[in-house]
Structure formats: structure tokens, C-alpha cells
Write a protein that binds this ligand. Structure first.
Ligand code: 3PG
Length: 316
């Protein structure tokens, strides 16, 4: 019988590389735009529970319209699918709202420096909750991640405890989201794009009552009036931009998850944070002390070391 070997021709390989490159570039660019508009909105309208709800609502609406007009094919789902999606949606909701609360209190760059510590959370959760063990180099690679984040946090000029804790909670929640969604997407027939659409819809249902309880229409109405009087009627377009770009960058990231390994994904995510940190420091003129930048650089370098030793341990 013919040998069952799948040989990729050089042409196919470079086409695949190009495709992944385009996914990554699009994902990072959309993410930078989201972060800029999100912060502009939060500066004028500090209601992160509403803005995070609007991001999910906008994405859900965009996908419902795409399905209704057949721009995208609606997924075939059953009750089991939604049941497995529930813990993913709870974790996604917590991670999303916590990151937005964080960004309403501190500089975008600071939130993302702390969020670059996500691999450390991933290892600690896998070790202590799932009982997984890792080779020593993996644990050692956590030292620069944790040390770098700590150095960046203690030297941050505008440190705020809620901002710091929001980013930490977001890290923890997204690690659980990734663990649950890996299980949920295994052997699935739903594409990355539709998986993220369903996730948005379920998260929206979970988040809405909490947003009303924590902030509520009264605060929103007064805040909105204030923001429009400061910024002008264009303020509404800032809110639209942050909501649309939030959905698009997440959609592209879930689409690229279909194509690449989780490891490549996490390297891409770290590089995404570098572009956000640099872009937001330039755009918002964020003051940075050299020792603060050093902390961020050590943390990011640690994340690269982590991915390298992870590759080594997979090979061995
Ligand atoms: C959010 O609002 O969900 C966060 O900005 C997400 O952050 P991340 O996708 O960069 O982890």
C-alpha cells in the first residue's frame, strides 16, 4: 500500500507561512487600534463594565447579521456545545471585564506589561490545579517573568492597586479560559470564527446583569452626557470603534488558533503586547522611567525564554 506520508511542497510551506504572517499582522494591528480607542473612551467615560458589555454586544450583533445575510455560515450547535461553552464564557467574561477595569485605572502599557506574565499563571495553574509537572527550565523561565513584572509594578509612576489586580485577575481568568476552550474545541465542527461568536453571545448574557448591578443606567446617562460635552458628538464613534475592533481582533486570533499550535499562538500574543505597549506609550505620552522599562523588557524576555524551553521540553 502507498506510504501515508504527508509531504508539504516548498510552495505550500511558504503559502502557509504567508497566511500565518497575515493573520498575525492583522491581529496585532486590530489589537493596537482597539487598545487606543478603548483607553480614549475610558479616559472620557470611566465605566469599564458598560464598555466591556458594549464590545460583546457589538460582536454578537455583527455575527448575527453575518449569519442572517449568509456572509458567514451559521454553526450547527447542540445543547452539549453550549454546556461546554459555559465555563469558557464565564472565564472570558471575567478576564475581559477585569482587563477593562484595569485599563480604566492605569496606563494601557502597564496593564499589558502585567498581562505579559500570563505564561507564569498558566504553569502555576497547571501545576497546582491540574497536577501537571514541568521540567526545571520551565520553572526557571518563570523567574524573569515574575521578577520583571514585579520590577515594572513597583517602579510604575501611576501605580494603582485596582489596575494591578484587574490585570492579574485577567491573567488567571484567561488561563482557565484557554484550558476550558482547548477541551471545548477538541474534535469540534465549529470554526474558530463561529466559536468566538458563540462565546461573545454567551459572555454578553452573563455580563449584562452584573454591569447593570455594578454601574447601572443612571451612572451611564450622567457619564455619557459629560463625555459628549467634553469630546463632542464624535464620542459615539470612539465607542463604536473600540467595540468593533475588540470583536475583530478576537475573531482573527481565534481564526489563527485554527491554523497554529498553542505555543506559536502564545508567542504571537506576547509580540502583540510589545506592539501595544510601544504604540500606547507613544500615543498617550506615558511617562516611563528606565528601570520601569527594564522590568517590562525582562518580563517579555522571560516569556520568550518560557516558549523556548517549552519547545525544548516538547522535543525531548
Ligand atoms: C480585554 O478587554 O478582553 C482585554 O484587553 C483582552 O486582552 P488580551 O486579549 O490582550 O489578553
Amino acid at each position: 500500500r502507498p506510504l501515508d506520508i504527508n509531504i508539504e511542497l516548498p510552495d505550500e510551506q511558504s503559502a502557509q507561512k504567508l497566511k500565518i504572517g497575515i493573520y498575525f499582522a492583522t491581529w496585532w494591528a486590530l489589537n493596537v487600534v482597539f487598545n487606543i480607542y478603548n483607553k480614549k473612551v475610558l479616559n472620557a467615560f470611566p465605566y469599564p463594565w458598560l464598555t466591556s458589555t458594549l464590545s460583546l454586544a457589538c460582536g454578537s450583533l455583527m455575527m448575527l447579521v453575518s449569519w442572517a445575510t449568509r456572509i458567514a455560515e451559521a454553526p450547527k450547535t447542540d445543547l452539549d456545545f453550549w454546556k461546554t461553552l459555559f465555563p469558557v464564557a464565564v472565564a472570558h467574561t471575567i478576564g475581559h471585564v477585569a482587563a477593562t477595569v484595569s485599563m480604566s485605572k492605569v496606563a494601557v502599557s502597564f496593564t499589558h506589561i502585567i498581562k505579559s506574565g500570563e505564561p507564569a499563571f498558566s504553569v502555576l495553574v497547571s501545576r497546582f490545579f491540574l497536577g501537571e509537572t514541568f521540567p526545571l527550565p520551565v520553572y526557571l523561565s518563570l523567574l524573569p517573568i515574575i521578577g520583571g513584572c514585579a520590577l515594572a509594578a513597583v517602579t510604575e509612576l501611576n501605580f494603582n492597586m485596582i489596575g494591578f489586580m484587574g490585570a492579574m485577575i485577567s491573567n488567571l481568568a484567561f488561563v482557565f479560559r484557554n484550558i476550558f476552550s482547548k477541551k471545548g474545541m477538541k474534535g469540534k465542527s465549529v470554526s474558530g470564527m463561529n466559536y468566538y461568536a458563540c462565546l461573545s453571545m454567551m459572555s454578553l448574557l452573563i455580563l449584562t446583569p452584573f454591569a447593570i448591578a455594578v454601574e447601572g443606567p443612571k451612572m451611564w446617562a450622567a457619564g455619557w452626557e459629560n463625555a459628549v460635552s467634553q469630546i463632542g458628538p464624535n464620542f459615539v464613534w470612539w465607542v463604536v470603534a473600540q467595540s468593533v475592533f475588540y470583536h475583530l481582533y478576537n475573531q482573527v486570533s481565534y481564526m489563527s488558533l485554527d491554523q497554529i499550535s498553542p505555543l506559536t499562538f502564545s508567542i504571537g500574543n506576547t509580540m502583540k503586547r510589545i506592539s501595544v505597549i510601544v504604540a500606547s506609550i507613544i500615543i498617550f505620552h506615558t511617562p516611563v522611567q528606565p528601570v520601569n522599562a527594564l522590568g517590562a523588557a525582562i518580563a517579555i524576555l522571560g516569556t520568550f525564554l518560557y516558549s523556548q524551553v517549552n519547545i525544548q521540553s516538547l522535543v525531548v
